[in-house]
Design a protein around this ligand. Structure first.
Ligand SMILES: Nc1ncnc2c1ncn2[C@@H]1O[C@H](COP(=O)(O)OP(=O)(O)OP(=O)(O)O)[C@@H](O)[C@H]1O
Ligand SMILES: [Mg+2]
Length: 371
């Protein structure tokens, strides 16, 4: 918030690299709430329709501009938001870099004003991370008391009627995932040590994200899957959408990293997005030439980092104008993850496609230099 405190009252440094969504967009959230006259589900900060406007952007009745956080299908966001208003949890599924974590953070911020009740799923996530743990010093001194209990983000969300976020759900071992079943179906979390239970308050729900590529790692049990509505986030359908995603995010990132955004970035963004889309699809944009796809995921997220690194090079080592040479190094690094097979695919793409493309000569030689 602008007075230097978070929604939970903690003091925050003014110079943080990345404020939480509810702080970064506090003004938009206030403006939305002010004109929002539709019914709100219990403990929601906004009505479902206002949450969707927060996500996809728009102009409010009073003229306030709401920026688009998610660029893509409005309908998908409506389904996601509507799910949160039911007793089913929301699972955002998709390949890496399709904005699953990003959408999850913004949903939690807009619905419950708090995106930080977060569990990062890994193969080492213990059950305590989902249920509760203990402050061992107090546990030894006092025995199991409510004061010695350390609630998990899920437990806090249940007590406060908020949204808990679980990142990379399918990386969590199956037996630990199962701790969620009681929470999601009975809406209660027993604490046998205290002879108590925590019952979820209205407004509580869970948003989980999972990666397509991890499918099979620790697949969701069907019992757990039934407790979720799944929304699949796709890769951007057309090239203009993808360019818009990269342009918007690069401008925001450049702002927070205090990199000036050179006006010429547009041309390089279009080029990087084109290269990534062609390599992903295995065919050139005109549909005429087949190309080999590398193993790397080449999503909008990678394009954003290639352009941002290019901007840092241009700012600190060039004349501030983003050139083909500034993006080439980062681009080759993003494409060639496997030094053998990816390199073969990349060189073939360079020679067959890039070399002869009008206006791409400088880019071709910059890439050759770093390949
Ligand atoms: N459709 C989109 N609209 C807006 N931003 C997008 C879109 N697709 C990707 N992005 C941007 O891509 C970046 C990466 O997204 P994010 O980290 O949420 O991906 P993810 O799906 O969680 O990936 P992973 O599976 O690797 O965790 C974010 O900065 C986000 O803004
Ligand atoms: Mg993610």
């Amino acid at each position: 918030m602008s007075d230097g405190t978070t929604t939970t009252g903690a003091l925050v440094a003014p110079d943080r690299l990345r404020p939480h969504a509810e702080e970064a967009y506090a003004d938009e959230l206030v403006a939305l709430a002010a004109v929002d006259d539709r019914p709100r589900p219990p403990r929601w900060r906004l009505s479902p329709r206002a949450v969707v406007t927060y996500l996809v952007g728009g102009t409010l009745r009073d003229g306030t501009e709401i920026s688009a956080k998610y660029i893509g299908s409005r309908r998908l966001m409506e389904v996601a938001v509507a799910t949160l208003a039911t007793d089913r949890a929301l699972l955002l599924l998709g390949v890496p870099g399709t904005a699953k974590s990003w959408v999850s953070e913004h949903l939690a911020a807009a619905v419950s004003g708090r995106s930080t009740l977060l569990i990062q799923g890994t193969s080492g996530t213990p059950e305590e991370a989902i249920r509760y743990g203990w402050n061992y010093a107090r546990l030894l001194a006092e025995g199991p008391t409510p004061a010695a209990l350390v609630p998990s983000p899920v437990m806090t969300a249940m007590e406060t009627g908020g949204i808990a976020r679980i990142e990379e759900l399918t990386r969590i071992p199956s037996d630990v995932q199962d701790a969620l079943i009681t929470v999601l179906s009975e809406k209660t979390l027993p604490v046998p040590e205290l002879g108590q239970e925590v019952q979820a308050v209205k407004g509580f729900n869970v948003i989980a994200t999972a990666n397509d590529r991890d499918r099979g790692v620790n697949d969701l049990s069907s019992a757990l899957r039934r407790r979720f509505n799944t929304v699949v986030l796709p890769l951007p359908a057309d090239v203009e959408d993808e360019i818009r995603i990269v342009t918007t995010r690069v401008a925001e990132l450049a702002g927070s990293l205090e990199l000036p955004e050179p006006p010429s970035a547009e041309e390089e963004i279009r080029r990087v997005v084109t290269v990534f889309r062609e390599l992903r699809a295995g065919v050139t944009a005109d549909g005429r030439t087949a190309v080999k796809s590398p193993t790397a995921t080449l999503s909008a997220a990678e394009a954003i980092s290639v352009i941002t690194s290019g901007l840092a090079l241009a700012t600190h080592f060039g004349d501030g104008t983003l050139t083909a040479g500034d993006v080439a190094a980062g681009l080759v690094g993003a494409v060639v993850k496997d030094p053998v097979s990816d390199r073969v695919a990349w060189i073939e793409y360079l020679e067959v496609v890039v070399r002869n493309r009008p206006g791409w000569a400088e880019f071709y030689s910059a890439c050759r230099e770093v390949t």
